[in-house]
Design a protein around this ligand. Sequence first.
Ligand code: FAD
Length: 302
Amino acid sequence: MITKEVIDSIIEYTASENVKLEETLSGYTTFKIGGPAKCLVEIDTVKQLTDVSQYLKREKIPYYVLGNGSNTLFADEGYDGVVVHLGNKISDIRVEGNLIYAEAGAMLARVSKEAQKASLTGLEFAAGIPGTVGGGVVMNAGAYDGEMKQVVKAVSAVSPEGEFVTLSNEEATFGYRSSLMRHTGYVVTEVVFELQEGNADEILTKMNDFNERRRSKQPLEYPSAGSTFKRPEGYFAGKLIMDAGLRGYTVGGACVSEKHCGFVINKGGATAKDVVTLINDVKAKVKADTGIELEPEIEIIQ
Ligand SMILES: Cc1cc2nc3c(=O)[nH]c(=O)nc-3n(C[C@H](O)[C@H](O)[C@H](O)COP(=O)(O)OP(=O)(O)OC[C@H]3O[C@@H](n4cnc5c(N)ncnc54)[C@H](O)[C@@H]3O)c2cc1C
């Protein structure tokens, strides 16, 4: 329950203008879907993030840490807890030799650009991923020839027990679109990337090439949360969906993209219910045709 006492405590750790009640979440996700959050708190500093998450953990209050919302589908009914939103204020980036220190709210595209400017190679793959550093490491985001696992040296976080900890790459136990942080409720505050020296022009060319490939193959003109399903081992979700005859398959405002069948897009006015129904229909048809179980990559918060 989000009582007045809870709200007052969150205000104490932040400021009254940072705390919003019954805030509609559709504006905070790239899917443009989602009802109101009981409480949404905008985080301005790492200290606020640490204090608020420690408090919520201690009091066992349901919360959801939201970066850029590019992998998140909130329910039409909204979220009955506290959404901890990392705005662009907790987004400092610092380059030291071949290390980059980036706060959790920094956009991956910016970190990638800073790496390029410093002639550091390794983060080109992240240039077009529309998420934050926090969301990126939690998801072990990846594309083309890279994933976070290859470039993360350390992750600073608040542990499930409320302790401030630093995890090494090994301790973060990255897997395909997964990490220790994703499954056990660590709140990421800062990430250290370790990159290699490279040539700034070559790095830029690679970033531009990756971004051009995205523009030509992905339905970036529509709201979505990127690839809806994980890649089943040995297959491509988009190809399985296309082969199942589901290109353009529509439920309400949600639709399997005709440009890239791996993306569910919001063609206009889609509800979370439309998206979830469509996902279930796609899973059932692919399973019936091939025996393969598709698993959502996106976070569905019901
Ligand atoms: C057009 C498009 C293209 C995409 N392309 C790719 C791609 O190529 N590769 C890829 O891997 N993904 C891709 N994605 C998905 C998405 O961008 C990534 O998963 C990204 O890393 C999510 O970051 P975010 O900040 O938006 O996370 P959110 O959606 O805000 O959150 C995702 C998860 O991370 C958690 N989280 C966020 N911040 C923190 C934090 N500080 N501490 C603890 N937990 C946190 C959330 O609670 C949630 O569980 C794409 C999405 C879109 C819309």
